[in-house]
Design a protein around this ligand. Structure first.
Ligand code: ACO
Length: 401
């Protein structure tokens, strides 16, 4: 048993909250989340309204600058982004340095880190607000290009340079799936689906990757370094990496022929986790999952795609929602449960799903980094409760057993 009195003598009074389950790390005016009631709002606007009415760049502006843009503010923002979508030619060498089997999340974070070399002003903590804003716009502009180029590179296909006159989502799809000297037809259903998914992922207060961005940023590390760290945190299968895990789980269930009932039984004996289920904060339906589930049905219908993964997902959800194991633990589908099925229907490879999440989450990470900088928050430095040896004498190597 831990001797609390002794520990206090050694460490002073420290709050121990592993996993930060109940520790507020900051004050924030960006995103409101009520996990008990399943409410999510960006800067006060309900996610349901933004997802059905706004464009991703409008929402990005809202998150980063605090208000919905006027027409001219939005045009100006778009124009600045359009100007910076190209990458420095030398960044191609970053992609070339990876084997084609590299996971695109590793390539993404490395390429974002490499931006510090091409834009050295970005590492200056004394940069003024306009310079910081330039760094922000560059990153918003370049992340989709980085993601698309890493995909093309992994397939050995020629890189597609951005087409500035296209919109943000359209341009990304063009760079991913277009071919040189060929017309590229954009399907409005696909563009709309991507826009909605990006909005739904745009921010989610102090989750693992966002807290990572903030803590790295609190050391006055550059925006690019902080976001690269966030991308790495997002990659984890308990966080954004779950969207890839979900589709792989559904495909495995189909391939093995196991019934959903038997799979749920394996989850309950803790042999496997039901990926895409459960959330640290939501103890009710994740409002994003509700929107995505409906979007998933609509999009697959519109695209005429029949995916057995969707049927399996629905069966799992049905079985889980009426099972005491899930009910008692308040485990509901989260944002990742249905998103992968949509990405797959849009023609994306499963290792790109978390990359999609990162592009969507970028404005949220930027807004949180900017908020921390504007508030001049102190460096993040948690304490610990030390449980090792108190003190002992060095033993020379010939005397060790
Ligand atoms: N499948 C089966 N059981 C689960 C699941 C799950 N997906 N999630 C939680 N549980 C169980 C745990 O085993 C635990 O049971 P116990 O009390 O008998 O030990 C209980 O529910 C509480 O779970 P914790 O892991 O303590 O909950 P925590 O808040 O730490 O974890 C997390 C949240 C990581 C999201 C978890 O639910 C999980 O691993 N889900 C699957 C991965 C996933 O979908 N991640 C995406 C989250 S959303 C996002 O990051 C974008």
């Amino acid at each position: 048993a831990i001797d609390i009195a002794k520990l206090r003598d050694l460490t002073g009074y420290v709050t121990l909250d592993t996993g930060y389950k109940n520790t507020g790390a900051t004050k924030s005016a960006i995103t409101f989340l009520d996990g008990e009631q399943g409410i999510l709002r960006y800067r006060g606007y309900p996610i349901e309204q933004l997802a059905s009415k706004a464009s991703f760049l409008e929402v990005s502006y809202l998150l980063i600058y605090g208000e919905l843009p006027t027409t001219s503010q939005l045009e100006n923002f778009k124009e600045r982004i359009r100007k910076h979508t190209n990458l420095h030619e030398d960044i191609k060498k970053v992609f070339d340095g990876f084997p084609s089997s590299a996971h695109p999340m590793g390539v993404l974070s490395s390429a974002v880190s490499s931006l510090t070399a091409y834009y050295p002003g970005s590492i200056d903590p004394t940069a003024n607000d306009d310079e910081v804003d330039m760094t922000i716009v560059r990153l918003m502009a370049k992340l989709p290009t980085i993601a698309a180029w890493s995909y093309r590179n992994s397939k050995g296909q020629p890189l597609m340079y951005p087409k500035p006159k296209l919109g943000y989502c359209e341009n990304f799809l063009y760079m991913m799936f277009g071919q040189p000297n060929e017309d590229f037809e954009l399907d409005p259903v696909v563009v709309e689906a991507l826009n909605t998914l990006f909005i739904l992922h745009a921010d989610h207060e102090q989750n693992c990757s966002t807290s990572t961005v903030r803590i790295v940023g609190s050391a006055h590390a550059s925006l690019y370094s902080s976001i690269a760290a966030g991308i790495n945190a997002l990659w984890g299968p308990l966080h954004g990496g779950a969207n890839q895990e979900v589709i792989e789980m559904l495909e495995e269930i189909k391939a093995s022929g196991i019934s959903t009932k038997d799979y749920i039984a394996k989850v309950k004996t803790k042999e496997v986790r039901l990926m895409g289920f459960g959330h640290r904060v939501y103890k009710n339906f994740d409002p994003r999952a509700k929107i995505i589930k409906k979007a998933c049905d609509d999009i697959l219908n519109k695209l005429g795609v029949k995916d057995p993964a969707l049927e399996i997902a629905k069966e799992l959800e049905q079985a889980a929602l009426s099972d005491p194991y899930f009910v008692e633990r308040k485990l509901y589908p989260n944002v990742d449960f249905y998103s992968g099925i949509i990405y797959k229907a849009l023609g994306l490879r499963s290792d790109l799903f978390t990359v999609m999440f990162a592009i969507g989450r970028l404005p949220g990470w930027i807004a949180q980094w900017k908020e921390l900088r504007d508030a001049k928050e102190p460096i993040g430095r948690p304490r610990q409760i030390y449980t090792g040896y108190t003190e002992r004498d060095y033993v020379s190597i010939d005397k060790r057993k």
